[in-house]
Design a protein around this ligand. Structure first.
Ligand SMILES: [Zn+2]
Length: 70
């Protein structure tokens, strides 16, 4: 098992280390993990922004807050 902490709500979860997600996390810093409910929340936000036509997939994350349209 792989223990991971959600970056948003800090919930600790255990992943089966055979899952594709766990394998992915092994190659990345552990703090990139997001639990299902947070991911769903973020996913919804992303969908809303896409729907508003102001979401740019290629925009670096750090640039988002500077966007005058948000
Ligand atoms: Zn979470």
């Amino acid at each position: 098992m792989l223990r991971v902490k959600c970056v948003l709500c800090e919930k600790i979860e255990s992943l089966n280390s055979d899952t594709p997600e766990a394998k992915k996390l092994r190659n990345r810093p552990i703090h990139t993990y997001m639990c299902d409910s947070c991911r769903e929340r973020i996913g919804k936000k992303t969908e809303e922004r896409k729907a508003g036509g102001q979401f740019h997939m290629r925009r670096p994350h750090s640039e988002e807050e500077k966007d005058p349209y948000i």
